[in-house]
Design a protein around this ligand. Structure first.
Ligand SMILES: Cc1cc2nc3c(=O)[nH]c(=O)nc-3n(C[C@H](O)[C@H](O)[C@H](O)COP(=O)(O)O)c2cc1C
Length: 196
């Protein structure tokens, strides 16, 4: 049985991990391998999820597969310059995790709840990566809805690409970015007696 002090210590660890997490843009090799990724994913899949639908899947893209995906995305760019920049964006991390949303048509669990569950899983995964010393950042694109990208990744008609989690090792020597505390006072209102 977990004792109260032990539970408090664990909560402290979790809070420290949450408060210190930052997205890492500058990433290098290595990235977590298949076994560690599955382990992390199993932990991330514990995020709140109405009905435990897990309405998502990930496609891990590494090595030359990033080049080929970059070429497919570049086809969607309107200019040659943007095409070049788009292709380069696929080489910024050793591992890209394409996040594919798979909503199901269920009256009791609307699409927005399934999207929220998917987002909760993704942010939990980023937090776990950060806590283990890996770096990660969520990008919405490039061109997640482009037919070339969808076809290349095999995104089905009923699915939606929610961008990529770029994953790898934070570039050594970069100072951790500090974070200004958010002023959330205007974000919380109460109804009822606050003397709890
Ligand atoms: C769904 C989603 C998509 C995002 N897409 C982009 C993006 O395309 N480009 C970008 O610079 N940041 C994007 N961000 C923001 C970064 O992932 C990151 O959260 C932001 O840079 C703040 O850094 P922090 O997580 O350390 O606070 C996205 C975030 C989310 C949740």
């Amino acid at each position: 049985m977990t004792t109260v002090p032990a539970a408090r210590a664990a909560a402290g660890d979790a809070e420290t991990a949450i408060r210190s997490r930052r997205s890492t843009v500058r990433l290098t090799a290595p990235a977590p391998g298949p076994d560690e990724l599955l382990d992390l994913l199993a932990a991330a899949a514990t995020a709140p999820d109405h009905g435990q639908l897990r309405p998502w899947r990930l496609i891990a893209i590494c090595g030359n597969a990033r080049v080929r995906l970059g070429e497919a995305a570049a086809e969607a760019a309107p200019t040659a310059d943007l095409a070049k920049r788009t292709a380069a964006k696929h080489l910024r991390a050793p591992l890209m995790l394409a996040l594919v949303f798979q909503p199901r048509d269920l009256p009791a669990i609307p699409r927005w709840e399934q999207l929220a569950a998917t987002s909760a899983m993704a942010t939990t995964l980023l937090l776990l990566l950060d806590a283990r010393g890996w770096g990660g950042v969520w990008y919405g694109g490039p061109y997640p809805d482009a037919p070339q990208v969808r076809k290349h990744l095999g995104v089905g008609d009923a699915e939606q690409l929610l961008g990529y989690l770029n994953v790898g090792t934070p570039v050594p020597g970069e100072a951790p970015r500090s974070r200004a505390a958010a002023d959330v006072r205007s974000k919380l209102s109460w109804l009822g007696d606050t003397a709890l």
